[in-house]
Design a protein around this ligand. Structure first.
Ligand code: MCN
Length: 724
């Protein structure tokens, strides 16, 4: 392999690092109008009247839009920050002044902010038309119900609400020139935006073009089509002009979907030697004001048994509306919750039965793959036991444990070592690639994927260069424009390299046979292909000459391939080492190590980058981040001064390994997704490490993320050690 498997730096880096990348906010069409939104300060209120009289006449204002008459008829706002009117102005600063002139009369209603309160009879209803706040309730059951463990352990676990916090807030620019509606948006799903806008404005799909420029991160939070994308497009269309909106940080924190916010109530049946035979439970998701995060709670439920051979499981998946920002996908989207739950359960089982957590894992890990879990999900390839054992050895788990013990005995340093193991479900849906060989033999690859930091243009170019045996510099990947490719899903669910890369491999193969036919005509014999040259009968012809021949014959050197990708299942082990300051309860992450079987690794440098970023997000979920609302429904953590995102200072030393004896997926790439694994594996590893450190003085068990310094302090000093 010349390119695949090599740690190639990103082709995107030079553009990004030198500030030449175009983001939505860099786009300034001539005469653009700036859009701003009048947003509700209340989490729950009836909108009595939206008075924009003073706004209309304010300096610089060109147009106003509001939802009256529906609001006048009793419309409601359901979370703080929900839009009630849109204002367009010629200048950003005048826009802010004008927005302040809006007079909205609200009748505040009691908000419901806690999902358990929301489920009680008589609770305020977020959406009266539903007659309940329980917006989703489904039970999954499977396996052999006759099996019961000798020991029953019950408990409750919680993964609190977090804010995805992409560096670039959401933004959208729309231009309608009387013929074509063109939209630039910070999204993961350009094709969905195109479909939704076309349908909302009753336009033919062919009249709407969506361009995804460079996107400064998304982490799942830009996977939906948001109201602002429709509003801005609609305004541009109505006025035949250019309109632009960029969220402020606080606006973004309040209106971009939040993540996690799930609890599990569980009961497990375990044999005396630590085999988890049965799992029963209910997962509750705090869905926020609108049920946008469909499928999240189902994924958490259906992956709850993790990489373990649990014989029977019954899980109820419940989503509850509250007056908070809607819940949506955040890196892992259901799998981090499932993994946190099952890993904490495994540690609890070990703790209750006085067993080694490593032994409990070995006893319960699935022994043979493929394996169908109780809910019918079939894990494809892997050897969990072998990979688990190899991982502990390679990562030096037992050595780290010993070192932590010595540091405590010699120096009274409170160092904890924790691990987690996981199986993840990645990849789904179809993806299309259009490939063209240019007249000089270089290649342009158009993909419907929508990368936003992963380095896909590099990884795809590696795959195409490898398969077509040409230098990587001669492959250009073009993404993020609905005008280039008919349809596609976008970038999410760690699917891009597997779905898009496989489409690209198949496209190269088709292209090769097309080229070979033309080369046979030129050479007058059946040629062999090697490194950009066709050979036979002692003669040869280069790619570019074959292409020239094709053009002469009016044959297009273009292929289009749509590949439908089934799910693949990475497996791995992650280790976290932390140090606690007993005086403050503050945790310093020291080391983070990972060992993952993700099938073929296309670019170890980029894949490691994915682990670094995901792990830091997972560490942060475990130790720092929580979206906090006050009792009145105000988002307290509404900017980066109040919401503690981790920085390089909090980052531990990373050591990333990919399994040498990996198990390829069944896709042409042989890959499994990498993008989310560390965000999935890190929280239980970190909580396990904190618990390990605290155990030097007290028997505490932590059951939620984040664990605060106060909780840790109270545990260490036996003031209130949590035992869940
Ligand atoms: N890769 C590899 N070998 C594999 C798999 C992946 O070398 N076997 C590398 C490739 O370079 C590829 C990258 O890892 O470009 C990620 O590939 P993949 O796992 O297919 O994930 P996606 O490209 O579909 O990215 C989505 C994933 C998700 S779901 C979230 S959330 C997330 C993430 O990627 N959000 C991110 N990583 C992010 N990284 C950045 N910088 N910003 C975000 O918002």
């Amino acid at each position: 392999m010349k390119y695949v498997g090599k740690p190639t730096p990103r082709v995107e880096d030079d553009v990004i690092l030198r500030g030449r990348a175009t983001y939505v906010d860099d786009i300034e069409p001539p005469g653009v109008l700036y859009a701003g939104f009048v947003r509700s300060p209340y989490p729950h209120a009836r909108v009595i009247k939206v008075d924009l009289t003073d706004v209309v006449v304010a300096k610089g204002v060109v147009a106003v839009f509001s939802s009256e008459p529906p609001f006048a008829l009793g419309g409601k706002v359901r979370y703080q920050g929900e839009a009630v009117a849109m204002v367009l102005a010629r200048d950003r600063y005048l826009l802010q002044d004008a927005l302040e002139k809006a007079v909205v009369e609200y009748e505040p209603l009691p908000p419901v902010l806690d999902m358990y309160e929301a489920m009680k009879p008589g609770a305020p209803l977020v959406d009266e038309s539903l007659g309940t706040n329980v917006v989703y309730d489904k039970t999954y059951e499977g396996g052999d119900a006759a099996l019961r463990g000798a020991v029953v352990i019950e408990g409750r676990l919680s993964v609190r609400r977090v804010i995805p916090s992409a560096m670039e807030p959401r933004g959208v620019v729309a231009v309608y020139d009387g013929n074509m509606l063109t939209i630039w948006t910070s999204t993961q799903v350009p094709f969905d935006v195109k479909k939704e806008v076309a349908s909302a404005l009753n336009l033919p799909l062919s009249s709407v073009r969506v361009i995804q420029p460079y996107v400064g991160g998304a982490f799942g939070s830009k996977v939906l089509v948001y109201p602002e994308e429709i509003y801005v497009a609609a305004a541009a269309y109505r006025l035949t002009t250019a309109v632009k909106w960029t969220a402020t940080r606080s606006e973004d924190f309040k209106t971009t979907t939040h993540g996690r916010a799930m609890d599990l109530e569980y009961k497990v049946g375990v044999s005396k030697d630590g085999r988890v035979e049965t799992i029963e439970g209910v997962i509750y998701a705090d869905a926020g004001a609108y049920y946008w995060g469909e499928g999240l709670v189902d994924t958490a439920a259906r992956m709850l048994t993790g990489p373990y051979d649990v014989k029977y499981a019954r899980v109820r998946a419940v989503a509850v509306l509250t007056n908070k920002t809607p819940l949506g996908a955040y890196r892992g989207a259901g799998r981090p919750e499932a993994t946190f739950f099952i890993e904490r359960i495994m540690d609890r089982v070990a703790d209750e039965l006085g067993l080694d957590p490593v032994e409990v894992r070995k006893k319960n890990l699935i022994k043979q793959l493929p394996h169908t879990n109780p809910f019918g999900i079939t894990y494809d390839t892997g050897n969990y036991i072998a990979t688990f054992e190899k991982a502990l050895e390679k990562l030096g788990y037992f050595k780290l444990k010993k070192w932590a013990e010595e540091e405590w005995e010699k120096n009274k340093r409170m160092i904890g070592v924790g691990f987690s193991t996981y199986v993840e479900i990645t990849t789904f849906g179809h993806e299309t690639v259009i490939m063209r060989v240019e007249r000089d033999g270089s290649v342009t690859v158009y993909t419907a994927l929508a990368p936003h930091g992963q380095g896909l243009a590099t990884a795809l170019a590696q795959i195409v260069a490898e398969e077509l045996e040409i230098p990587m510099e001669r492959v250009r990947v073009v993404w993020g424009d609905t005008a280039h490719v008919p349809d596609g899903v976008g970038t999410m669910g760690s699917r891009s390299i597997t779905a898009g890369g496989s489409a690209a491999i198949l496209a190269v193969r088709q292209m090769k046979s097309k080229l070979a036919e033309a080369a046979a005509e030129v050479l007058k014999c059946q040629p062999e292909y090697k490194e950009g040259v066709f050979h036979c009968g002692g003669k040869s012809v280069e790619l570019r000459d074959v292409v020239k021949h094709m053009y002469k014959k009016r044959i297009q050197p273009i292929v289009e391939v749509t590949y439908r990708a089934e799910a693949t299942f990475p497996f791995g082990v992650h280790i976290a080492v932390v140090e606690i300051d007993p005086e403050t309860g503050f945790v310093k992450p020291l080391i983070y190590k990972s060992y993952d079987d993700v099938g073929v690794v296309v670019n170890p440098l980029l894949a490691a980058g994915q682990i670094h970023g995901g792990a830091l997000q997972g560490i942060s979920q475990a130790l720092y981040e929580e979206a906090i609302y006050d009792n009145a429904g105000n988002l307290i953590t509404q900017n980066l001064a109040l919401y503690p995102l981790p920085t390089a200072v909090e980052a531990p030393v990373f050591e990333v390994h990919f399994a040498e004896e990996f198990h390829p997926s069944k896709h042409p790439t042989g890959t499994k997704g990498v993008g989310e694994i560390a965000a999935i594996a890190a929280p239980p590893a970190v909580v396990n490490a904190v618990e390990d450190a605290v155990r030097k003085t007290s028997r505490a068990r932590f059951c939620k993320t984040p664990i605060t310094p106060e909780e840790i302090y109270n545990a260490i000093w036996k003031i209130a050690p949590p035992l869940c």
